[in-house]
Design a protein around this ligand. Structure first.
Ligand SMILES: [Zn+2]
Length: 76
């Protein structure tokens, strides 16, 4: 049985805590409850442009990876 992924930040365990969001560097989709997360995503994308998918922990907002949209394989 494969080990479940674990967040290095908050120790949340399991795939249900790993989610992805599609963002743009110029105009991220803002939701009121995502203020802290959006701030971190905007920071992560500060040196880039275009559309990206951000893979992050839904429990604490830890960012696992930021991927160009044409890349769909993720290694955790
Ligand atoms: Zn976490």
């Amino acid at each position: 049985m494969a080990a479940e992924p674990k967040c290095p930040e908050c120790q949340a365990r399991g795939l249900q805590y790993i989610v992805s969001a599609v963002v743009t560097a110029k105009a991220p989709e803002a939701k009121p409850q995502d203020t802290g997360l959006l701030k971190r995503i905007t920071q992560a994308l500060s040196d880039t442009s275009g559309h990206f998918a951000v893979v992050y922990c839904s429990h604490c907002g830890y960012i696992y990876n930021v991927l160009p949209l044409y890349v769909y394989s993720v290694s955790l």
